[in-house]
Write a protein of this length. Structure first.
Length: 311
């Protein structure tokens, strides 16, 4: 199929609709609780929806809500399916926040087809990256922009002959950018670095370009001591994933400094991990060029858990 047929859909409407509910305090409260944020810092302050809730106000639930796909979008999807691109996987999204959302705001949104890439070859198969751009408005005023990118692809055919022996699978590489490079520099030096806001002094993790409390862009790096407790956890059994051998425990660790981070809990059988279990930082080499901060389970007095596993 000529690429020009797909590219002709760029700029055409994709989806439009109205948020099923106005911005409301119960949903803000649920979202803040899930993120561990306590809400407004000042007594009596008007609640403001966290910016990261931007897309949440447009979702229609299992029924799909009032969102309507355009004819152009349906045609584009049909063309991609006709070209063999029957599978889809989300690749990334970007959000811009232009106006805070407060209870009572009525949300409307309009999504356009921003771009369709030429056919690309990926590990999953060949296909096209489809990017949509959604303008989200509150009472008619532009509140934010949401870009969402998916890969519509034709799955690779299954091999009919035994494949050549594959190298040992490696863990996914961390995504390092200008906002978190300092953290990974610290890991390379066996230092667990968190951020301290230069405005209000609050400690934070993960690394962010600005303070979520006071908005200051000034910060400094502080080395955490490495002691903590298991705040929450899951034990992974399924699905299997290369380089990870189930079962294994993934914990939300509350450091002594008060911030939380996600990592593996080691040194104990996964079924013995418990909320409140003391842990201590340990840097573990997972392959020839990657070390990661893990947390080893400890008894209440600080000793390693007896009969625990080493990884």
């Amino acid at each position: 199929m000529p690429y020009e047929r797909l590219k002709a859909y760029e700029g055409r409407p994709a989806v439009s609709g109205r948020g099923p509910d106005p911005v409301n305090v119960p949903m803000i409260r649920h979202w803040c609780e899930a993120m561990g944020h306590t809400g407004p810092d000042r007594a009596g302050a008007d609640p403001v929806a966290p910016a990261t809730m931007l897309q949440a106000w447009t979702l229609g639930g299992l029924s799909g809500g009032a969102a309507k796909r355009s004819r152009a979008y349906e045609e584009l999807l049909a063309l991609l399916e006709g070209a063999g691109c029957t599978a889809v996987v989300a690749t990334d999204c970007e959000q811009e926040y232009l106006r805070p959302l407060r209870p009572g705001d009525v949300i409307t949104f309009e999504e356009v087809i921003e771009s369709v890439s030429p056919r690309k070859t990926t590990a999953l198969g060949t296909g096209h990256f489809l990017t949509t751009r959604t303008e989200i408005r509150a009472g008619g005023e532009l509140a934010g922009i949401h870009r969402f990118r998916v890969l519509r692809y034709a799955p690779r055919p299954r091999a009919t002959a035994p494949p050549d022996p594959a190298p040992a699978p490696r863990r996914p590489r961390p995504v390092i950018n200008r906002d978190n490079a300092g953290f990974w520099d610290g890991v390379a030096a066996h230092r667990l670095l968190i951020q301290r806001c230069g405005g209000c002094g609050k400690l934070r993790f993960p690394w962010l370009p600005g303070c979520g409390d006071c908005g200051s862009a000034r910060w400094s790096a502080v080395e955490a001591g490495g002691a903590g407790t298991v705040f929450s956890y899951v034990v992974m059994h399924h699905p299997p994933f290369p380089a990870f051998e189930p079962p294994y425990a993934v914990g939300l660790i509350e450091l002594a400094e008060g911030v939380r981070m996600i990592s593996n809990v080691i040194g104990v059988e996964p079924e013995r991990v418990r909320v409140g279990m003391p842990v201590s930082l340990e840097f573990v080499r997972v392959d020839e060029d990657l070390e990661l901060p893990f947390f080893r389970a400890r008894e209440a007095g600080g000793a390693e858990v007896a009969n625990g596993t080493g990884s």
